[in-house]
Design a protein around this ligand. Structure first.
Ligand code: GDP
Length: 441
């Protein structure tokens, strides 16, 4: 049975840790969208790994890691990541598969990203300026260069020349040399080509042979290009639909959907965030949660748990359960708030508005809950949580409409409460193998 693990909020929910934790139950981890703007941070045996493109399953020996056609791939970033993993003792040989249909991010995409943000001025999206958006634009405009194109250097030359010429027409203060772009790509080609395959076929064969897959999402549902808070979104489908389009698999192979959500809310970049906290409490969450971007170092905006947004995420993705992360960050607060509805233009809303202007006008309606003083950090049994923490989780589950099957109480693999009764009740396919933890060999 296969499982999809995706972000239920605005990204940075701690998907990296959850995927890493669940990987031993699967044979393959397959990433379906996004680019190297995602930054999963995983701590294993005290070593910090930041994975941008390669699924975090790579930290477990023997697991095959797939980068699907829905991902946009910067060849330079991919090779740097591979080199860094190798330096840290991770054996990546024969473990990386890259879809022949995955589009490549080339140096001109980065320039176009910066240019488009500069032109937007006040209305900027707050992108990571890594060329992700422009690479997806080229994909939709049918002028993109795909990993499979690395097989044909002549066609590559033609396409690179055309695309760099188009870039030079737009970015007038500097000129890019298409030959330099091509030469660099050709040099990367030698290392990357052996990884390139028909991913849809490979996954289909693997499933026929009884192998199981963990589908890994990047960013979060509220940043989804279609269902997120457009235009302040990422350029791909971070929500469940992205699994099918981004890997070439049918919907029935998805055996369960786990949404990762923090026990509070964060967002990086621009766009509405109804439960945002501006004062001391916002700073407190940011500092205790280390809420700074893994890739850019940008401070994240922080707020209370927003059950309206989570209910929306449950609807869009058909979530079976939540993996609730960073509960420990709330340790020591004397009170907590859960947003259960919005007040908007004199009306009470219980559904997340589809219109972003309306969302921006929404005020959260909070329910106050008592906090707890005893630390939850590192706890592994639900019953060991302070009573107020258990009550907080119970109310949050009720307000969200799904149970929390996993509760994370720290950044390490073992700092986790696995609620086996809920996992079994939700039929999540993660009880078939004992949990392997510890340092990767
Ligand atoms: P992702 O992109 O969704 O994987 O999220 P990030 O990696 O950007 O952010 C998650 C951060 O929170 C990482 O630094 C994790 O190590 C950390 N983290 C994950 N779960 C927990 C938790 O339960 N408690 C604490 N304190 N940190 C956590």
């Amino acid at each position: 049975m296969n499982l999809a693990v995706l972000g239920a909020q605005w990204g940075d929910e701690g998907k990296g840790k959850i995927v890493d934790l669940l990987t031993p139950h699967f044979d393959i981890v397959a990433r379906y969208q996004g680019g190297h703007n995602a930054g999963h941070t995983v701590y294993v045996g005290g070593t910090k790994f930041i994975l941008r493109l390669i699924p975090s399953g790579i930290l477990h020996p023997g697991i095959i890691c797939v980068i699907g056609n829905g991902v946009v791939v910067d060849p330079q970033a991919l090779l740097s990541e591979v080199d860094e993993l190798t330096r840290n003792g991770i054996d990546v040989d024969n473990r990386i598969v890259l879809s022949d249909k995955a589009h490549l991010i080339l140096p001109y995409h980065r320039d176009l990203d910066l240019l488009s943000e500069a032109r937007r001025g006040e209305r900027k999206i707050g992108t990571t300026s890594r060329g992700i958006g422009p690479a997806y634009e080229d994909k939709i405009a049918r002028r993109g260069i795909r990993a499979g194109d690395l097989a044909d250097p002549q066609a590559l030359e033609h396409d690179v020349r055309d695309n760099v010429t188009a870039r030079n027409r737009l970015v007038q203060d500097t000129t890019m040399d298409w030959r330099a772009v091509l030469d660099q790509l050709l040099s990367h080609r030698i290392r990357i080509r052996p990884w390139v395959r028909d991913v849809s076929l490979m996954l289909s064969d693997a499933m026929r042979d009884g192998k199981s897959i963990l589908f890994e999402g990047a960013q979060g549902t509220l940043l989804d290009i279609d269902h997120g808070t457009y235009p302040f979104v990422t350029s791909s489908n971070a929500s469940i639909g992205g699994v099918c389009t981004g890997l070439g698999v049918g919907p029935r192979v998805i055996g369960g959907v786990l949404g990762v959500a923090k026990a509070y809310t964060t967002r990086v970049g621009e766009g509405p965030l109804p439960t945002e906290l501006f004062g001391e409490m916002g700073n407190r969450l940011r500092e205790s949660g280390h809420e700074y971007g893994a890739v850019t170092g940008r401070p994240r905006r922080c707020g209370w748990y927003d059950a309206v947004a989570i209910r929306y995420s449950v609807r869009i993705n058909g979530l079976d359960a939540l993996a609730l992360t960073k509960l420990d960050v709330l340790d020591g607060l004397d009170r907590l708030e859960i947003c259960t509805a919005y007040r908007c233009e004199g009306q009470m809303l219980t559904d997340f508005p589809s219109d972003i202007t309306r969302l921006a006008a929404c005020e959260p309606v909070y329910e106050r809950m008592p906090g707890w003083t005893a630390p939850t950090r590192g706890l592994r049994r639900f019953d060991d949580l302070p009573e107020a923490a258990r009550r907080y989780v119970a109310r949050l589950e009720e307000a969200s409409g799904v149970p929390a099957a996993i509760i994370s109480t720290g950044s390490a693999r073992d700092d986790t409460i696995l609620r086996e009764d809920i996992i079994a009740k939700c039929k999540l396919p993660i009880l078939t193998a004992p949990l392997r933890t510890g340092r990767p060999s």
